[in-house]
Design a protein around this ligand. Structure first.
Ligand code: CO
Length: 158
């Protein structure tokens, strides 16, 4: 079978490459972000019924959320409850109700990942990384340019 990658050598694919492709800046899935209204109820579901270990709890001022991380394999579920009405998560809840909010990919170098994303034509929500949970550095890509999925890049603290 011909590897599909071989098609990338065609002239059309080459022309599109700079717009469509993001070089390999995604390491692995770091976490799935879930918007919740009832944090205790959500913890009961994930910790007590799904039996994921609660690993960390933190109010992240920059994002106006109280966040709880639960372990699942090498990754996490991140429960997010807004601390006020103005945060992105509060607006998401008002529009959609509780549910999946974003997917976060780990990257070793968020500055270069973000500039690669910009160069590849993705719409950035954050022009510069912000402080996230556990002293990580994070930045979001707009769901309008990522097939409807709010996409977070995370560089863990070193
Ligand atoms: Co997140």
């Amino acid at each position: 079978m011909i590897h599909p990658g071989i098609l990338a050598y065609g002239p059309i694919a080459c022309r599109k490459r700079s717009v469509a492709r993001l070089p390999a800046v995604f390491g692995r899935i770091d976490h799935i972000g879930v918007a919740v209204e009832d944090l205790d109820g959500a913890i009961e579901l994930y910790r007590d019924r799904f039996e994921m270990r609660e690993q960390h709890r933190e109010t992240v001022e920059a994002f106006g959320v109280e966040a709880v991380l639960l372990e699942i394999g090498d990754g996490h579920v991140e429960l997010l409850r807004p601390t006020g009405p103005d945060s992105g998560v509060a607006k998401f809840l008002a529009r959609n109700g509780p549910g999946m909010h974003h997917v976060a990919y780990q990257t070793a170098d968020i500055d270069s990942a973000l500039s690669s994303a910009r160069d590849a034509g993705f719409r950035l929500i954050d022009e510069h990384p912000r402080s996230g949970i556990q002293n990580s550095r994070v930045a979001f890509l707009h769901p309008k340019s990522t097939g409807g999925v709010l996409t977070e890049l995370v560089e863990p603290s070193h």
